[in-house]
Design a protein around this ligand. Sequence first.
Ligand code: ATP
Length: 381
Amino acid sequence: MAGVAFKQVSKVFGKDVKAVDDLNLEVRDGEFMVLVGPSGCGKTTALRMIAGLEEATDGDIVIGERRVNDVPPKDRDIAMVFQNYALYPHMSVYENISFGLKIRELKSTFWQLTHMSEAKKIREDIDRRVREVAKMLDIEKYLARMPKELSGGQRQRVALARAIIRKPKVYLMDEPLSNLDAKLRVQTRAELIKLHRQLNTTTVYVTHDQVEAMTMGQRIAIMRDGLLQQCDTPEMVYSQPANKFVAGFIGSPPMNFFDAKLVNEGGRTMVVVGDLKFPISNPAASGYVGKEVTLGIRPESIFDKNLDSRVKSNPDNTFTAKVDVLEPLGHEYVAYLFADGHHFQATIDTGTKIEEGKNAEFVVDIDALHLFDKDTEQAIR
Ligand code: ATP
């Protein structure tokens, strides 16, 4: 096994499309790293550079201890799973899974073998491995079928089996679940996590779906316009986003942002949005007193005052807002609120008595407020 590293890697297409801009990122040996970001941010290009399908314009790509910029893809000991997996249509599931392995393991040795028993041993080993991965991915009963006799989800699992059977140093996965329907996506997501726990193979996984990133990644690298914004655990990118972009990208519904000002009132730093005013415990905020900032509040940090919540109401954290729309999700509501000229969202527990078109009182968790520099958009901390 091996880790993967990008060292000051850039990729420029044509004259001026900088798909990846001075990327420094280390994927640890055995780690499941997710590259996530909006369409066009450079994540696929980064992945393809590890695979050797794209050449870096600048910098070093390292797999294990080895700089691989000049190593051809087939010698990099990686396996890729794409969104559009292509199974061989004329081969059974069994043959699809074993094909690459047979080519690799028999091609070099088979014709030189003096004893056919050796070849038999290799074939038996391949057979054992096919059945092992088929069992892992729950496709044992389809081994004799042809790809056209499978559902999309089953086909995708065959594609995964084909990649996994090779036991490479690194798995590279590019949106491998995006062709599956929602239920199957969640199921296969869980299977992939389980699989990684069993195999512990270094995996770099590309997705534009932040939920997929949060649920699958041991760490998440968030990219925007070719630039790495933050790389950390799901907990950290959620609770301590490095900047406004990450804060708005991670979390659903997304974080609410307000133009705000910081003031000092009787020795306390307060954030002011029109008539709304909350104390700020973040010590770094004192350096911004008198300045305009962006205030970020996650929808899940706003509570119905009249429901039992983990945050108790007090004069500092309570405010009134009009409930525009109440969207039921079953386990909670998304409330579209309006206060002091601002529209924002809150997730409210079931059991709430708030009603559309009426004012209600809400409590905000002031320890979970986020502040961003208005110009640089970096988190203030
Ligand atoms: P998506 O989620 O849409 O696949 P992505 O984050 O994976 O997006 P990339 O495919 O890496 O993004 O593309 C990054 C940028 O590089 C985009 O602006 C894209 O248009 C550009 N790009 C990618 N491949 C090429 C190419 N072969 N020639 C020119 N420009 C390219």
